[in-house]
Design a protein around this ligand. Structure first.
Ligand code: SAM
Length: 284
């Protein structure tokens, strides 16, 4: 019997993916997790009815979530990933040779274990890198209590449903500000402006109360159905968003010019060019 798995994130818009082979389908301590094979998107993981990662296009989101903040910052030594249990952002972040430590704070151990098993090419050994530190905890609690301070924080979270809802609150962003070093940078998964406009508007509104510079950049991942995804941007260093192509090229060369499939110095600069309907959401 053919099985079609439905994405249930949006109110009036649903997508079905054919599950040619189901590899895992059960509740974890925190959420419903399913992993299956699909002819068009490759191996796919969904949490609570929402696509989290697909092997065919995961490089787009993971490269942008890691390289945009790390090349913009340019001197990051310590980074924090909130969520990110599939290991894709960790993989890309650890390609920056000057990074001394990357902490990944994930609430659901089962996501890490199942992704290491069913998506080994996504973490690609990153979990075994001596610079990687894994913490199983709620991200809001971690940023409120940690004694560590970070140059860059990347919030690779689920959507504002279930355990991820708290990661879109002012209290969480204030916690992130608390554990950022002066001039540090926060980047967040912030949904699809075309279908989740209020989410981006609210988050950037909170950023504006807490940071000198609050904005966003865009990139489209086909398996995040519904148009370009927004990445929230918050820092007290106004210059970080202003870097030109040449400066980003120099930094990429200094990092060994590692090959990428989506991020590039040109894409980096262009990602901040927001169309008016998104600009309206991030402006005061
Ligand atoms: N790239 C995906 C997206 O844009 O939808 C996100 C992928 S990643 C797998 C999301 C992770 O956030 C999940 O593993 C989930 O367990 C984790 N997560 C959700 N709420 C969390 C919380 N409060 N603290 C830490 N991790 C959390």
């Amino acid at each position: 019997m053919e099985r079609w798995v439905e994405e249930t994130l949006h109110h009036g818009f649903r997508v079905k993916l054919k599950a040619d082979r189901v590899l895992f389908d059960s509740e974890t301590e925190h959420q419903r997790l399913i992993i299956f094979e699909n002819a068009d998107f490759g191996r796919v993981m969904m949490l609570d009815g929402v696509v989290q990662v697909a092997t065919r296009d995961e490089f787009i989101y993971h490269e942008m979530m890691a390289h945009m903040p790390l090349f913009a910052h340019g001197r990051a030594k310590k980074a924090l990933i909130i969520g990110g249990g599939d290991g894709g952002v960790l993989r890309e972040a650890l390609r920056h040779p000057k990074l001394e430590q990357v902490t990944l704070c994930e609430i659901d151990r089962a996501v890490i274990d199942l992704c290491r098993n069913h998506f080994p090419e996504i973490s690609a050994g990153a979990y075994d890198d001596p610079r990687a530190r894994i913490v199983i905890a709620d991200g809001t609690k971690f940023v409120a209590e940690t004694k560590d301070r970070f140059d860059v924080i990347m919030v690779d979270s689920t959507d504002p449903i279930g355990p991820g809802a708290v990661l879109f609150t002012r209290a969480f962003y204030a916690g992130c500000k608390r554990c950022l070093k002066p001039g540090g940078l926060l980047v967040t998964q912030n949904g699809l402006p075309s279908l989740q406009a209020d989410e981006l508007k609210q988050s950037v509104g909170y950023f504006r109360e807490l940071f000198a510079d609050a904005s966003a950049f865009l990139a489209t991942t086909p398996s995040y159905f519904g148009g370009p995804m927004s990445y929230g941007w918050a820092t007290d260093n106004m210059k970080l968003r202003e870097h030109g192509r040449r400066k980003i090229e120099r930094r990429h060369r200094k990092a060994g010019s590692f090959p990428t499939r989506y991020w590039s110095p040109e894409v980096h600069v262009a990602a901040f060019a927001l169309p008016p309907y998104v600009q309206d959401l991030v402006e005061a």
